[in-house]
Design a protein around this ligand. Structure first.
Ligand code: GLU
Length: 472
């Protein structure tokens, strides 16, 4: 196979959405699997709906996910922006006009709307009737759009990489407007011009574009261009089988970032929205690059399941290299009021190691890690059950023995055992009040690991603080 060249071509009208991110991921994986190229093209010709903030949000989402893109050889910028390519589109529109493959259409918006309503009333599929095809050029000042003269005979057959053979009757493909009356080119036209200019070998996109594909194929044919291979991905739906929307929860990728999801978990979850490999659920990115193939993309829509995403996230946190988890954790710790500049990285990694097992999101990890760095910790209401006057003797006994016990797991365990024996108590009876006193929570990793990580001074200060408070 010659070099694979694919692209992600978002319209910048909002954030990077779950569906868009999945399209980007599938293209990225396809390119990386085949050692090909993956480009990013910003389809901003609809200037009323596009914005620079949306472009930034999309780039930011892509970077966060780690879906790096190649710089197109034909451009000097990091991304290809359609609004910077109007000259090329104009030239191509002119070419079709000169070759008699396009024509000026003088029908006004009102006329078209009226004809559409009439067709609907008469239960006909509304389509442009081609009446301007043979119309003489009108006076100069009369506005016109430019339409492509589509073939009306035969069929258009798409050998879709995902859906298999899809056949369209040419008669259903009407004469597409390729340039509006203000001269701006339209989506279907720019896509074809750009996909050819950028040398795309495969076009993988959502199946909401399937109806555009026969129109685009006719344009490829009119220009005499080779048609790329198409792959249309089934939609992502919410649990009620309606198309995924805000009603189903967060749909913007960045929202998940804020909620403490890891990009590797997002990618792992997204890939399973349509693609499968045996019954494997959890993948690293390297594994995905190796295993990805378009043949294993299913043909039915996928249901977005936030609980499963959370489960996948928990897995990636649990198995993540503590060094790798440091970067997303630090800003969350700073949000909790911790001065992260003074944090010792080796200690932080040991804390992550102790906490990653039980954290489903990076927010949960940060919240459990906070007690290791804050001077004053907040106390969860649940700790009241253990921090009560009758437990003061336990707190005191532990305080006394911690004064000269080495602060490492085994020595602490022995010291606690001795207290339990002396007072005839179960280990949990001693551990729980201590856990509550030193972490402000009732759940934490093993108490000896916690004490070791907190160190003698902080542990004693917090236990002493509770003794003083409970004494009144
Ligand atoms: N700009 C289109 C969109 O955001 C994608 C076009 C394509 O992939 O061909 O839906």
């Amino acid at each position: 196979m010659s070099e694979v060249r694919v692209r992600f071509a978002p319209s910048p009208t909002g954030f990077l959405h779950i569906g868009g991110a999945r399209t980007a991921l599938f293209n990225w994986l396809y390119a990386r699997h085949h050692q090909g190229k993956f480009f990013l093209r910003i389809e901003d010709t609809d200037q009323d709906r596009s914005s620079d903030e949306a472009i930034e949000a999309i780039l930011d989402g892509m970077r966060w996910l780690g879906l790096d893109w190649d710089i197109w050889e034909g451009g000097s910028e990091e991304t290809v922006r359609q609004t910077e390519r109007f000259n090329l589109y104009k030239e191509k529109v002119r070419q079709l006009l000169d070759e008699g493959k396009a024509y000026r259409c003088y029908c006004t918006a009102e006329e078209l709307a009226r004809r559409r309503t009439e067709a609907m009333k008469a239960k006909r599929v509304p389509r442009y009737d081609g009446r301007c095809r043979n119309r003489e050029a009108q006076a100069d000042n009369q506005p016109y759009a430019i339409r492509f003269k589509a073939h009306t005979e035969g069929q258009i057959v798409i050998n879709d990489m995902v859906k298999g053979e899809v056949i369209f009757e040419s008669s259903t493909v009407d004469d597409l407007i390729i340039a509006r009356s203000d001269g701006t080119p339209t989506y279907n036209f720019c896509v074809v011009v750009d996909d050819v200019a950028m040398g795309m070998t495969h076009v993988i996109r959502g199946d909401d574009h399937l109806n555009n594909t026969p129109r685009q194929i006719r344009l490829y044919e009119a220009f005499g261009y080779a048609v790329p291979k198409f792959g249309h991905l089934p939609m992502i739906l919410g649990s009620d089988k309606a198309r995924l929307s805000k009603r189903h929860g967060a749909t913007a990728v960045q929202q998940y970032r804020q909620e403490g999801y890891l990009p590797e978990a997002m990618l792992n979850y997204l890939v399973r929205l349509g693609w499968s490999y045996k019954d494997q659920e959890l993948f690293s990115l390297t594994e995905l690059v190796e295993k990805f193939s378009v043949d294993s993309i299913g043909t039915s829509p996928s249901i977005f399941n936030p609980e499963k995403l959370l489960w996948v996230n928990a897995h990636h946190i649990k198995t993540g290299d503590p060094k790798r988890l440091t970067a997303p954790l630090l800003p969350l710790l700073s949000q909790l009021g911790i001065n992260t500049k003074s944090i010792d990285s080796e200690r932080l990694e040991r804390i992550i190691c102790a906490l990653q097992e039980r954290s489903r999101t990076m927010i949960e990890l940060a919240e459990s890690a906070a007690c290791f760095f804050l001077d004053e910790i907040p106390y969860d209401d649940k700790t009241q059950k253990f921090l009560k006057a009758e437990n003061v003797p336990i707190l005191k006994a532990v305080r006394d023995c911690l004064l000269d016990t080495p602060f490492e797991h085994d020595a602490l365990l022995e010291a606690f055992k001795a207290i339990c024996e002396a007072q005839d108590l179960k280990l949990a009876k001693v551990a729980q009040p201590i856990r509550a006193a030193v972490t402000g929570k009732v759940v934490s990793p093993g108490i000896f690991d916690v004490l070791e990580l907190l160190g003698r001074e902080t542990s004693l200060k917090r236990i002493e603080g509770q003794i003083q408070k409970l004494r009144g």
